[in-house]
Every structure is written in structure tokens, then in C-alpha cells.
Design a protein around this ligand. Structure first.
Ligand SMILES: Cc1cc2nc3c(=O)[nH]c(=O)nc-3n(C[C@H](O)[C@H](O)[C@H](O)COP(=O)(O)OP(=O)(O)OC[C@H]3O[C@@H](n4cnc5c(N)ncnc54)[C@H](O)[C@@H]3O)c2cc1C
Length: 363
């Protein structure tokens, strides 16, 4: 058999793709491709995923199910166990206890990629540049520093994130797809890094939310904004408004932008050919209320592994059935969202003081 013929090709070695590659049976010939160079000791990659790097309780539970604990090398201080919720329109501020692990996203991804077994053909710094449907599967065009090369695969898995090329080139249709937002993040030198994760609501700027997260010597400010020419101006306004609320951002270290998907309450399921699967954010598996994506990346990868380890035939319809519960969960999250995003309901919850941790005033 030619080395360039695979049973399963996974495009994207983020949390979803790397997890699937780790869980697939060694009897499959598996290819894992990522445009980032995720080899553990390689220098900074050209492509970096913009992320808050918070591992939420649902993702922790999935890591536990996958037999994993976070190594010290991926953690970054401070560890966070309070969410400071700030409603800029009403001026209300509340603290809620919630447990996160604070990680360096790049190191987190490299660690997950390092767990992929040797039996998987890993091609990093390699980009999917085209795909063609064939009677027995797909022919992929892969581009790396040495040029373009073709490989063939029976099953194709798109784990290539919010702007998935596998999705845009491979699927038939997606009725009522997730809404796309633009996530902007800026990293600042931390003058004083408060040890909490702030969640900021301001309906004048976005119907989603903004956040601040302390990260080592830096603090990052992010916002999920409706895409458009005024997104940058909205972000600057957010920064200005937060400075009025006691935030003190130091000099800027880095700026980044990334699309982020938000599944709709009545969103549909992508219509896929029989041998194409979409995992993680590529498949719209991300919380519409909090934008938490790690647990959904892990869960959809586990579902795909179970389907593919059983049989490669008709993988897509079986994967659709295996993830029906996960899509239902996304709808339930959507039903919960008004308590966070409707100004009056949010005000009612916050003003009630329910579950608020009153701050001790220091002398
Ligand atoms: C600003 C921001 C902050 C976030 N913060 C959090 C958070 O704190 N906690 C949380 O749980 N979730 C967070 N999320 C969501 C989370 O980042 C995603 O849901 C999660 O990364 C999805 O994992 P994935 O493996 O599906 O896709 P990704 O992590 O996006 O991985 C996709 C991979 O595919 C590769 N790729 C893409 N295109 C190609 C191509 N053509 N060829 C080859 N490779 C390709 C990319 O290099 C990447 O490695 C955040 C998202 C954003 C945008």
C-alpha cells in the first residue's frame, strides 16, 4: 500500500483532532495534518490560536474520562476560582465561584498533540490546500515548505476550527448554521493582575460578551463582537469603558483576532457526505452561552472515535446519531442563555445576589 493512502485523514490537530488521533485504533492508517508546527520543542508557530485558555469544569471532566491530568508545564498563574461578572449598562458587579484551570493555549495544544501515538502519520506545518471527492473517498492536496503533495483517504475528518476549509469544501449544506462572531483579544503587560476571570456584558457593544483573564505577567482582554467594519472601534470603546471601571491596562504586548461560532437555538445539523465528519468547532460544537469549546471538542472527538473504531462504513450518518445528544445539549445551553444575555433577566439574577460571594473590604 502506498504510504500516501489512508483510512482516516484528520485535518486540524487542535483539541478535537489531536484527541481523535489519540483514540483511534492502531489498525487504521491515520493521517493527522495541521498548518501549525505542533511538535513539542519547535519555536513559536506562524499560526497561533487566539484563546482565553481556561479549562472549565466540563472540560476537566472530559480530561478525567480520557485518563489525563494537566501537566505543570501547560499551567500558567494565577489559577482562577472566581468569575467577576460586570454589567456595564447597569453598573452591577457580582462574584461567582467557579473552578478553572488557567493554561497557556499553545502549550496545551502541543501537549495534546504529543499524546498522539507514533502509529499516526503526523504532518505539521502542513496546510490543506484543496480536496476532491473520489468514488472511494477523498483526494487531498497538502502544502508544506517543500511544495504540494496529494494523499488519498477513505474517511475525511474536519477538525480545522471555526473557519473550516473541510466544511466549506466538503459539505452539502448546513441549514441555520451557527452565527459567526469576531473574537478580538489584546494582551497587556499586567500592572496589577487581579486574580479573577471577568465576564463583561455591554449590549451597546455586543449581544455576546467580553472577558479579562490574567495570564502570567500579562492580562488579556477579549471580546466576541458582531463582525463588521466597526468591530475594532467597539473593542476600543470597551477598553475605555473598562478603564472607567477601575481596570488599568499596561502597554500592549500583542493583538489577535479569530472567528468564533455561536450555535443557534433552532440551528440545523450539517448535511454531510457518507464519509466526512466535522468535529469540534468545525462542526459547530461550542457552547452558545459561554463559548466554552474544549469540552465539546473532546466530546465530539470521543464520539467520532467510537464510530470509526467500530466501522468506517457510513461513518457520517452514524456520527450524526452519536452526536444528537451533544447537539441537544447545545440547544439546552441556548435556552439558558437569556438569563445571561437578556438585560432585564440578567439584572434580576445579579440584583438578587443569589450565589454572589461578597467581597471582604480590606482596611
Ligand atoms: C478568543 C477565543 C477565546 C476562547 N477561549 C476559550 C476558553 O477559554 N476555553 C474554552 O474551552 N474555549 C475557548 N474558546 C473556544 C475554543 O478555542 C475552541 O472551541 C476550540 O479550540 C475548538 O477546538 P478545535 O480542535 O475544534 O479547533 P481549533 O482549536 O480551532 O483547532 C483547529 C486546528 O486546525 C488547524 N487548521 C485550520 N485550518 C487548517 C488547514 N487548512 N490546514 C491544516 N490545518 C488547519 C489549526 O491550525 C488548528 O490547530 C475560545 C475561542 C476564541 C476564538
Amino acid at each position: 500500500v502506498s504510504p500516501d493512502v489512508f483510512d482516516i485523514a484528520i485535518v486540524g490537530a487542535g483539541p478535537a483532532g489531536a484527541t481523535l488521533a489519540r483514540l483511534l485504533s492502531a489498525r487504521h492508517r491515520v493521517l493527522l495534518v495541521d498548518r501549525r508546527n505542533l511538535a513539542f520543542d519547535e519555536p513559536e508557530p506562524r499560526f497561533r490560536k487566539a484563546c482565553g485558555g481556561l479549562v472549565a469544569p466540563d472540560a476537566q471532566a472530559m480530561l478525567a474520562r480520557l485518563g489525563l491530568g494537566l501537566p505543570r508545564t501547560v499551567l500558567v498563574g494565577p489559577q482562577l476560582f472566581v468569575v467577576r461578572t460586570l454589567d456595564l449598562a447597569s453598573g452591577l458587579e457580582r462574584d461567582y465561584q467557579r473552578f478553572y484551570f488557567n493554561v497557556d493555549r499553545e502549550r496545551f495544544d502541543r501537549w495534546l498533540a504529543s499524546l498522539v501515538p507514533e502509529s499516526v502519520d503526523r504532518r505539521f506545518a502542513t496546510e490543506l490546500a484543496g480536496l476532491q471527492v473520489e468514488p472511494e473517498g477523498y483526494r487531498l492536496r497538502l502544502r508544506d515548505a517543500h511544495g504540494v503533495r496529494e494523499v488519498r483517504t477513505r474517511v475525511l475528518v474536519g477538525a480545522d476550527g471555526a473557519r473550516s476549509k473541510v466544511r466549506s469544501w466538503g459539505i452539502h449544506a448546513w441549514p441555520s448554521p451557527p452565527r459567526e462572531y469576531l473574537a478580538l483579544q489584546e494582551w497587556f503587560e499586567a500592572r496589577t493582575a487581579p486574580p479573577w476571570f471577568s465576564v463583561v456584558f455591554d449590549p451597546r457593544l455586543t449581544d455576546f460578551y467580553a472577558w479579562t483573564i490574567p495570564k502570567g505577567d500579562a492580562v488579556l482582554l477579549g471580546a466576541a463582537l458582531p463582525p463588521g467594519p466597526d468591530a475594532r472601534a467597539r473593542f476600543d470603546l470597551l477598553k475605555e469603558r473598562l478603564q472607567g471601571h477601575g481596570f488599568d491596562f499596561g502597554s500592549r504586548l500583542r493583538r489577535e483576532a479569530h472567528p468564533i461560532l455561536r450555535p443557534l437555538l433552532l440551528g440545523g445539523t450539517p448535511r454531510l457526505p457518507r464519509n466526512l465528519l466535522l468535529l469540534g468547532e468545525a462542526g459547530g460544537f461550542i457552547s452558545p452561552s459561554s463559548a466554552e469549546g474544549f469540552s465539546y471538542a473532546f466530546k465530539s472527538a470521543l464520539a467520532a472515535a467510537e464510530v470509526l473504531n467500530e466501522d468506517l462504513e457510513a461513518a457520517a450518518p452514524r456520527f450524526a446519531r452519536a452526536t444528537a445528544g451533544l447537539r441537544l445539549r447545545l440547544r439546552i445551553k441556548n435556552l439558558k442563555a437569556p438569563f445571561m444575555y437578556h438585560p432585564v433577566l440578567r439584572w434580576t439574577v445579579m440584583a438578587s445576589g443569589l450565589k454572589h460571594l461578597p467581597r471582604v473590604q480590606l482596611p
